[in-house]
Design a protein around this ligand. Structure first.
Ligand code: HEC
Ligand code: HEC
Ligand code: HEC
Length: 453
């Protein structure tokens, strides 16, 4: 009995010591990944470009709030946290931070006082930023961003998740990779694409699955689950590699067109991806967009010849898309318009077919295809139902200035009708997804949420 108690006491003691160590041992900051001459300075525009590639604006700007003043709510299953004010305001922003302190936030997820940042800030990916890019970013935020004095709310998380030291344990699991970037593709263009995707672009934060620790399962090329699809904010971020990936069937110029303009011959970027195009990708050079597209293909072991320009110039031709083999039966049924047509098909014909067509193929560059569309067939049904209810919008970009707008049907169709219509879409033209129920539509209608903008 005594021995047992002693062992127990030893365990308790060890546990307490471990906890004290976790809380009190000084945190360590990663060493420099490359040496940069002390007098190196970023060229004009360089820091802003890294900011665009890193998409800092999308997260660090609240809706209708001043640029980079933070306060945008990020919902998690555990509660809400708010993005930080990263303007150079000394009191409520990062105006008093030194370069090493800024660098530690970007790659180690640390604040100047050693407190840990929540991994909603994608330092897991920014860890791969080059030292030059970190310095360029720092001077951009210090010298070119307007300071805004605006405190952000504290995170709304229950115990124990409001204890920042707990993140330290998490970081042992998710920050095991070295900081800095080493291209592994053996070609300067592909390496550039790899850098943009893995580092600043943090594509894996949404497009890779998550591990049990909620870390990203696959943050770099060569890892088996890298970019094989994930979920973010109630939306599916489809696989960008592998068998189930739709983009492997896109000609490479359709991929570059999608990245640069949020639309292409069959798809549109909605919700979270709409924001990525709007705030980040549309501002990248053609060379960088092409490098990203070529890297994505190479990472999938596909051909990756370079198109001459990211987005073809000249008038957009709008050929009428023929039904393909999988879509032929549905197209025939819709064209026949027999009186005994199922309700969902009838609603489609009356409300949607003039733009998305009986073929379900839409119209290149304007009306997205609903056939084979991951938003339509996803296990996350809220984006589809919310688009039917509230409509959707793809912002204009420099290369395609016209926004694409679809009106909502919330006043024209009731919950039962939308359930029938959505279920039809999920099984038409060879789509094969579970039907949607009236109760599910009612819940999504009640939340009133629109997707993205
Ligand atoms: C996916 C959303 C997201 C993106 C993209 C993002 N951040 Fe953050 N960032 C956050 C969140 C959330 C926090 C606050 C985390 C916390 O409170 O622990 C944060 C915190 C920070 C902090 C710490 C500030 C402080 O006062 O503690 C800095 C610095 C920072 N981000 C810089 C950047 C820069 C620079 C970029 C672009 C390269 C960027 N972030 C992109 C979500 C994001
Ligand atoms: C904040 C989360 C997020 C980030 C970061 C992100 N994506 Fe996406 N992405 C999405 C979502 C969500 C969709 C689905 C959009 C839709 O259904 O309209 C998507 C769709 C796509 C598609 C179309 C896929 C298909 O099958 O239709 C491509 C290509 C793509 N993203 C590439 C990228 C690349 C490259 C990066 C990094 C530079 C990136 N994404 C970063 C969330 C994200
Ligand atoms: C007047 C033309 C028009 C009509 C009618 C129309 N749409 Fe759309 N739809 C669009 C446009 C334009 C977009 C692109 C906007 C976007 O994706 O945000 C779009 C996008 C969509 C998307 C998103 C696809 C994706 O890949 O992200 C879905 C789903 C959709 N429509 C379904 C429907 C349904 C169902 C109906 C009938 C109730 C309908 N649409 C009626 C024009 C139309």
């Amino acid at each position: 009995m005594m021995i047992f108690l002693r062992i127990l006491a030893a365990f308790v003691l060890m546990g307490i010591m471990a906890l004290v160590a976790i809380i009190w041992l000084p945190v360590s900051r990663s060493p420099l990944s490359e040496s940069v001459p002390a007098d190196w300075t970023a060229s004009p525009g360089e820091g802003e470009y890294v900011m665009r590639a890193g998409d800092c604006m999308a997260c660090h700007t609240a809706e209708n709030g001043p640029d980079f003043a933070g306060g945008r709510a990020i919902e998690s299953p555990l509660g809400t946290i708010y993005t930080a004010n990263i303007t150079p305001d000394p009191e409520t922003g990062i105006g008093s931070w030194t370069l090493p302190q800024f660098r530690a936030a970007m790659i180690d997820g640390l604040r100047p006082d050693g407190a840990h940042l929540y991994p909603a800030m994608p330092y897991e990916n920014y860890r791969m930023l080059t030292e030059r890019d970190i310095r360029a970013l720092y001077s951009y935020f210090m010298d070119e961003v307007e300071p805004v004095n605006s405190p952000v709310p504290e995170p709304e998380l229950p115990l124990p998740f409001n204890q920042r030291w707990g993140i330290r344990v998490l970081n042992w699991a998710i920050l095991s990779h070295d900081n800095g970037f080493d291209g592994t593709m053996g070609d300067p263009v592909l390496d550039r694409g790899q850098y943009l995707v893995e580092g600043p672009g943090h594509c894996a934060a949404c497009h890779s699955p998550r591990t049990v620790y909620m870390g990203q399962d696959g943050i770099a090329a060569g890892e088996p689950d890298f970019l094989t699809g994930g979920f973010i904010a109630g939306q599916e971020a489809p696989p960008l590699r592998g068998q189930g990936s739709r983009i492997r069937h896109w000609p490479i110029q359709e991929l570059t067109t999608f990245l640069a303009t949020g639309r292409n011959f069959e798809s549109t970027a909605n919700g979270e991806m709409g924001l990525v195009v709007d705030h980040s990708l549309q501002h990248l050079t053609d060379d960088d967009i092409i490098a990203i597209a070529r890297f994505l293909r190479a990472a999938d072991r596909l051909q990756h010849e370079a198109p001459e320009e990211a987005v073809a110039t000249g008038p957009l031709s709008i050929p009428y898309a023929q039904a393909n083999a999988e879509g032929a039966d549905t197209a025939r049924m819709l064209t026949g318009a027999q009186p005994d047509m199922p309700l969902g098909a009838r609603l489609y014909l009356d409300n949607c077919a003039q733009c998305h067509f009986v073929t379900g193929r839409g119209s290149p560059g304007i009306f997205p295809a609903l056939q084979g569309n991951s938003l339509v067939t996803s296990s996350e049904i809220a984006p589809l139902v919310s688009i039917i209810l509230q409509g959707a919008r793809v912002e204009g970009t420099e290369k395609r200035p016209m926004p694409l707008v679809m009106q909502g049907y919330k006043d024209r169709l009731d919950d039962a009708e939308i359930a029938e219509l959505a279920s039809f879409l999920r099984q038409a033209w060879g789509n094969a997804a579970e039907p949607v129920t009236e109760a599910e539509v009612a819940e999504i209608r009640q939340s009133g949420e629109a997707i993205g903008h």
